[in-house]
Design a protein around this ligand. Structure first.
Ligand code: GLA
Length: 588
């Protein structure tokens, strides 16, 4: 018997009436040293439950390897901390999670096989899911409510009705959880319209909705679809995510609180998406691709109740008031904003140009035509492709099938142009200075598509490259995942402007570690690391102009900042500030 059961219009937990007042908090987007802080703040806002997805691609990076369950991925620890805080947990293990996460959480070793029908009852897909669940359930089982743990419900798939209608696949997943000992309540979630609900639901499994406004209408549609049972909004969108080059989305706190009030007044249960968004650290962000490719920014602030750095924002206070009226909140003070590092300048005086280093960072794979990053066995990061150009003169380079996702082109080491998947670029005029001139193409994976049919779209150079109609053969392909920068030989800079991709290094002193925001005026685009921790991508295209630096990444004494700047810069300084800049606000 599951701990959480349903009645004709609500839930019972251990037989007592219960309403889920939950907030989304993805452990993998929050520094593990800050999990307790965020969970405590969840309880203090009045939440009785937190919800998290599980990123399959990070937990199982190698199909044959063991599950990764440490550091940012120490789910058992996160669950213990939630329970210590008195919170219940809703788990959304996928296998697909969307979530603006690289590839929607599906491992690249699966999505790179074009023959596998993802998210379907194709046995090659369900077989991989089954093997994952075989590994996942043993460490998870002690945390299920049946074993005295905090997990009271488990989601099957994610908004499947927006993707497919293979009900045998959904049934396979539900059975897979059951046969591995998950007794807890199962639910599906779908956008609240009849077609999605019909395609994404499963008999015997609770149907939940995902919506952020039009509360009465959406609850009405849920009720039309299921005449009986609890009304549950499994994703109540109170903010939104941003794309590079797009606006910074915010939602008015009073408006979101009024909709929360409507939900609770209607007797519904809710999971606020997001209670705390966190950050797409490193190379973890996803992308959308409907008409054009749109990569998601590094911040997943989401205009959530807790800001990216864990401070209560306007919604925290507004939601707490609403929850207090409906269910009560702890009689404890509202948490104050956390301390911030005093503004600190960083002089970046060490340099190491990237292109000449490629050989030291990774041995090349020699091929006739360029191969994709997937074929190089690479999941994220960059790849450098090298070949020799034909006869001197004006040339038109043609990249068959385009680039995944952004390519910087160099002739004899000098930058000659950029091609972007976002703009559907496939050609670039170049001037070839002499016989035997070298062509280099540095390609950046800007994040795997996480929604719709383009999940798994390849990265790198996607087809043959020709110059004036002649296909260029004989390539050196260097995978550059940049997961280890130890081999980067920094030398003192000479104060001159840099015009090529290069690593820049500087040190700075910290008295007491505290949260900070890395601001990079004069820098264009690249990656940032502090003390080896990969903060993520920066880009002056915006909207985001600072990167969140969680306090636990810093240490008292000397700290190191490394930037990979992809374009030229005359700047030699970076700034750690006490205020984030996520871009001009665009209210929805
Ligand atoms: C859907 C998905 C979530 C997320 C939100 C938008 O509801 O289920 O994973 O992508 O959209 O943030």
């Amino acid at each position: 018997m599951p701990a959480l059961t349903t009645t004709s219009d609500g839930f019972l937990l251990h037989g007592e009436p219960f309403r889920i007042i939950s907030g989304a908090l993805h452990y993998f987007r929050v520094h593990p040293g800050l999990w307790s802080d965020r969970l405590r703040k969840a309880r203090l806002m009045g939440l009785n439950t937190v919800e998290t997805y599980l990123p399959w691609n990070h937990h199982q990076p190698d199909p044959e390897g063991p599950l990764v369950l440490d550091g940012f991925l120490d789910l058992p620890r996160f669950l213990r901390l939630a329970q210590d805080e008195g919170l219940h947990v809703l788990l959304r293990p996928g296998p697909f999670i969307c979530a603006e996460w690289d590839g929607g959480g599906l491992p690249d070793w699966l999505t790179s096989d074009p023959d596998i029908r993802l998210r379907s009852s194709d046995p090659r897909f369900t077989g991989a899911v089954d093997r994952y669940l075989d590994l996942l359930l043993p460490p998870l089982r002690p945390h299920l409510a049946a074993a005295g743990g905090p997990v009271i419900a488990v989601q099957v798939e994610n908004e499947y009705g927006a993707y497919g209608d293979d009900s045998a696949y959904l049934k396979h997943l539900a059975d897979a959880f059951r046969s591995r000992g998950v007794e807890e309540l199962l639910f599906t979630c779908d956008q609240a319209d009849p077609e999605h609900l019909a395609a994404g639901s499963l008999p015997g499994v609770l149907t939940a909705g995902t919506f952020g406004s039009r509360v009465e209408q959406c609850l009405g549609r849920l009720r039309e679809y299921r005449r009986e049972g609890p009304l549950f909004c499994a994703e109540f969108w109170i903010g939104w995510f941003d794309h590079w080059g797009g606006p910074h989305h915010v939602r008015n706190a009073a408006d979101a609180a009024a909709d929360l009030d409507r939900l609770l007044s209607a007797g519904a249960s809710v999971n606020i998406y997001m209670f705390h968004g966190g950050t797409n650290f490193g190379f973890t962000n996803g992308a959308n691709h409907k008409h054009a490719y749109e990569p998601t920014v590094t911040s997943y602030d989401y205009d959530a109740a807790l800001t990216e750095c864990g401070d209560p924002g306007p919604k925290y206070h507004a939601f707490r008031e609403v929850i207090a009226r409906h269910a009560g909140v702890p009689d404890e003070p509202v948490p104050a904003p956390g301390p911030k590092l005093p503004p600190t300048g960083v002089e970046l005086d060490g340099r190491a140009p990237l292109l000449p280093l490629a050989g030291a960072l990774a041995a090349p794979v020699r091929t006739d035509d360029p191969v994709t990053m997937g074929e190089l066995g690479q999941r994220t990061g960059y790849a450098l492709y090298r070949t020799v150009l034909p006869a001197p003169g004006d040339g038109l380079l043609h990249f068959a099938d385009g680039v995944g996702d952004r390519a910087q082109v160099f002739v004899d080491g000098a930058p000659v142009g950029v091609l972007e998947r976002e703009r559907h670029d496939e050609t670039l005029p170049v001037r070839i200075p002499h016989p035997g001139a070298e062509l280099e193409v540095l390609v950046e994976n800007m994040g795997g598509v996480n929604y719709g049919p383009r999940i798994g779209a390849p990265k790198g150079l996607l087809g043959p490259v020709s110059c004036n109609g002649t296909v260029l053969r004989g390539w050196e392909c260097h995978p550059l995942p940049l997961d280890d920068l130890d081999a980067v030989p920094f030398a003192p800079g000479d104060g001159t402007a840099v015009t090529v991709p290069a690593f820049h290094r500087g040190t700075f002193e910290v008295d007491t570690p505290a949260d900070a925001f890395l601001s990079l005026p004069g820098w264009t685009k690249g990656q940032a690391w502090i003390n080896g921790f990969h903060l993520g991508r920066y880009w002056n295209r915006g909207p985001q102009h600072t990167l969140y630096v969680p306090a636990p990444v810093l240490r008292p004494g000397s700290n190191e900042l490394v930037l990979l700047e992809l374009h030229g810069t005359a700047a030699t300084r970076a700034q750690l500030t006490d205020t984030p800049d996520l871009g001009p606000e665009n209210t929805w």
